[in-house]
Design a protein around this ligand. Structure first.
Ligand code: PLP
Length: 420
């Protein structure tokens, strides 16, 4: 792969400007790694926890110890981590169905949740498929204000109307596929304190996807009852082959565990089939891998933003980050597709294929996705995707190593130059 002088020079300038940011990112990675190693030490992790179980998976010590470590690292009372959870959407579905009952209200206070939850909630899709709506669970939403902060007035109004029936207050930490700000843990903590003044007997559930280990605390440290995420994003460290997790208060996690398996059985079963080692190793790597991805995102913001190719970017290169996503707003389908083509060409796997938009299950618009990853669909590995709808935003995320992330970004920049 050859890079032009223009892009090579731009990267050199970017890296010089980014040194102070990179140093801060390394500090966060160190803190989180220390926390994880302390938990490993405390729980006496040894070769034996990697032993596979089969069948029911009773007495799988590796599974139980990993759950305990996960809870500790997330500052939660309890947690479960399972390779059986197929993706983040299923983990979220387990959590929501675990907590919500007919007549209850799910109230999303950070605007529209991630696209794949539309059918789970029942806002789209076929009636009768078994959405929350089919089971008599209602849904309310309060958008974030234009400056990205919570709309406290609207939240208070909805609590005043229906407070008694609100069972889940839902917060999506990361921007997902929306042009909004990603929330930091402090902001999440502030809003949780606020909603607790408006009512009681509800659970605060945070869609934690993409946020893990970007800061030194998770939302469970500031009052969230449940956080949920995918192992082929940050907390799998690029090592987990598949899976998801839920962490939170003992009761909330117990209720979710009854949806994970069945009522009464919960976390007592689940054969690990030899997956334990990659989950332990993934958690061990997760802070470092997340740091690599965040550095890659900073670099992308600089290269594609006003210092470089001149696109609108969110966040900007010198802003702090609370997830691994970099939005590049291209304002054209060609721009979005060019960036995806470049990321694909600059990937370690499948660099020879050309991504095309497709009607992906669970999404309402065609989506283009570039991912040349060791693990299919992994977005802790460098990937770029976006729905084909204005303003044609390319969402870039991941980078297993900064070096490979940089190569991917340079390749994408070269492709973008061709359509500018
Ligand atoms: C990735 C993601 C999800 C879940 O998506 P899956 O593809 O099912 O893993 C949910 N919410 C957010 C914010 C996400 O980024």
């Amino acid at each position: 792969m050859e890079f032009s002088q223009r892009i090579t020079d731009l990267v050199a300038k970017a890296e010089e400007a980014l040194q102070p940011r990179f140093a801060e990112i390394d500090k966060i990675s160190f803190e989180n790694t220390k926390k994880i190693m302390d938990a490993f030490r405390e729980h006496r992790v040894s070769e034996a926890v990697f032993n596979p179980t089969s069948g029911y998976g009773y007495d799988d010590r590796g599974r139980d110890v990993l759950d305990a470590i996960w809870a500790e690292v997330m500052d939660a009372e309890a947690a479960f981590v399972r390779h059986q959870i197929v993706n983040g959407t299923q983990a979220l579905t387990i959590g929501l169905f675990g907590l919500l009952r007919p007549g209850d209200i799910m109230f999303s206070i950070a605007g529209k949740p991630y696209d794949t939850l539309d059918e789970v909630i029942g806002n789209t899709g076929t009636a009768g498929n078994g959405s929350l709506k089919d089971f008599g669970v209602e849904y309310r939403e309060a958008d974030l204000l234009p400056d990205g902060s919570f709309d406290r007035e609207k939240i208070a109004k909805i609590f005043a109307e229906d407070g008694e029936r609100i069972k889940v207050v839902f917060i999506q930490r990361s921007k997902g596929y929306l042009n909004r700000k990603t929330l930091c843990v402090d902001e999440i903590g502030d809003i949780i304190s606020y909603v607790r003044t408006l009512g009681k007997d509800f659970y605060v559930v945070v869609d934690n996807c993409y946020g893990e280990f970007t800061e030194t605390r998770e939302p469970t440290a500031v009052g969230a009852d449940m956080i949920i995420g995918s192992l082929i994003k940050n907390p799998g460290g690029g090592m987990a082959e598949t899976g998801g997790y839920i962490a939170g208060t003992a009761r909330a996690v117990e209720l979710a565990s009854y949806r994970l398996t069945s009522v009464g059985v919960g976390c007592e079963v689940g054969a690990t089939l030899g997956q334990n080692k990659s989950l332990y190793k993934g958690l061990f790597y997760a802070p470092h891998t997340t740091a690599q991805a965040i550095k890659t995102a900073h670099l992308a913001a600089y290269i594609f933003g006003k210092e470089g190719l001149g696109f609108d970017v969110e966040p900007d290169w010198n802003e702090p980050r609370y997830d691994i996503i970099q939005a590049v707003i291209t304002h054209s389908a060609e721009g979005l597709c060019a960036i995806c083509r470049g990321i694909q060409a600059g990937s370690p796997i499948d660099s020879h294929v050309v991504p095309e938009p497709w009607a992906m299950p669970g999404y309402s618009d065609p989506v283009i996705m570039a991912a040349g990853a060791f693990t299919q669909g992994s977005s802790i590995e460098l990937s770029a995707d976006g729905p084909l709808r204005p303003p044609y935003t390319a969402y870039l995320q991941g980078g297993l190593t900064y070096e490979s992330g940089k190569i991917g970004i340079m390749s994408a920049a070269e492709e973008a130059l061709k359509v500018l």
